[in-house]
Ligand binder design. Sequence first.
Ligand SMILES: *[C@@H]1O[C@H](CO)[C@@H](O)[C@H](O)[C@H]1NC(C)=O
Ligand SMILES: *[C@@H]1O[C@H](CO)[C@@H](O)[C@H](O)[C@H]1NC(C)=O
Length: 364
Amino acid sequence: MRNIVLLACTALLTLALCNIIAVTTDHVERALAMKRRSNPGPTSLLIPSINTSQNEPIQKHPSLPAQLALDNKQLAIITFAKGASAEQIGKITLPNKQRYAQKHGYGYYNFAELSALPLDAQGMYFTKFRSILATFDMGYEWVLWSDADALFMNFSVPLLEFADPLYDFILPVGEPANKMYAKVPNNGHFMFKNSAWSRAYIAYILQASSQGHCEQYGLINGWLQACDRGVFWLDDQGLLVWTQQKFGRHVTCHTKHVSFNHFDSEYPWYNEGDLVLHLPGRSLPDRVRIFETLLAILDLESGKLDRKDARFESVRMDNIHHQPAANVRLEMEAAFESLGWNKPCGAHEGNPDVFMGATKSQTQ
Ligand SMILES: *[C@@H]1O[C@H](CO)[C@@H](O)[C@H](O)[C@H]1NC(C)=O
Ligand SMILES: *[C@@H]1O[C@H](CO)[C@@H](O)[C@H](O)[C@H]1NC(C)=O
C-alpha cells in the first residue's frame, strides 16, 4: 500500500515538475513576445520617494474602514483585488481579511478601492510594492501583503507574532526538505517593517522591475533561473530571489525566512490551525468551492475544522495527522536556523546605500 502511494506521489511530482517547467518557459516566451510587440523604449515609471511623503488622497478616502480608532498602527493588512476573478473571490476573502484585522486592531486596506494609486506599467504584481510604500506613509510599523485568493483560517494567531524586530522583511519560503522549492518564495504573503532599509529595497525592486535586463546568476535548486533574458521568473517572485543573488547578505541579513505554514499555507499542504490558506494557480470555481466548503466547516476563532462533516473529505489536507500548527512552525524555524538561513545583520552588513548606488547607475 505504502509503495503504491509512493509510486503515485513520484508520478504526480514528475507531472508537477513538467508543468512548472512548461509554465516557466511559457511565461518567459510570452513576456518576451509582449516586449517585442510593444517596442518598450524607455519606460517612464514613477518611483515613489524613498522618504516619507504625503498621501493625502489615500488618507481621506471614504472607503477606509471605520475602525481606525481601534487601529494602533502597529500593522496593516493590505491587498489589491482588481479584475473579474479577484473581485469574485474577494467577495469571500475581503470581508474575512477585514474581520481578522478588526479582531486584532490591525489596519486593513484594499488598494484597488483607493483611486490615488496608479497601476504600474508592469501590471499588478508591482502595484503591491507601491501599496506597501503608501502604507508606510500612513504611519504603519509593519505591513502584510495579502493576495486576494487567500483566507485567514485561525483568528487566534496574531500576525504580530511573526513580526520579528531583528529583521525588516519576513518572507515565507519553501522548507529545507522541499528539494524543488527550498528557499523559493511564493509572494502571496510577506511582511515588511517600515524602515529606511525597507524603503530603499522596495524602491530598488520597482526600479529593477522596469529596467528590462538583468545579470544572470546560477540556477536555484538546480532548475530555477531567477531572471532569464531580462524577464523575472513569475514577476516579483523571481525578482526577490534575484536581489538575494545580486546583493547577498545586504539583502538576506534583513530577511527572515519562515515556512509557508507560518502565514502562506497552500492547499492541500496545510495544517488544521494554520493562519492562512492561499490558492495560487487555481481556477475561480475551484477557489470558490474550496473556500466556501472550508468556511462551512471551520470555526474561524479557533481554527478547528469539523472533520465529522461529510464535506471535510473534499477539502482535507495532505497530511491529516500533523502535529499542532504552532509546533510545526517552531520546528521549521529551528530547521531554518540550523541551516543558517536566518542571521540578522552584523555591524558592517546590510547598508541600504548599496541600492542607492545600483539605482543611480541604472538611471543614467
Ligand atoms: C530623503 O531624506 C534625506 C535625509 O533627510 C535627504 O538627504 C534626501 O535628499 C531625501 N531624498 C529624497 C529623494 O527626497
Ligand atoms: C489556532 O491558533 C492558536 C494560537 O496559536 C492555537 O492555540 C490553536 O491550537 C490553533 N488551532 C488549531 C485547530 O490548531
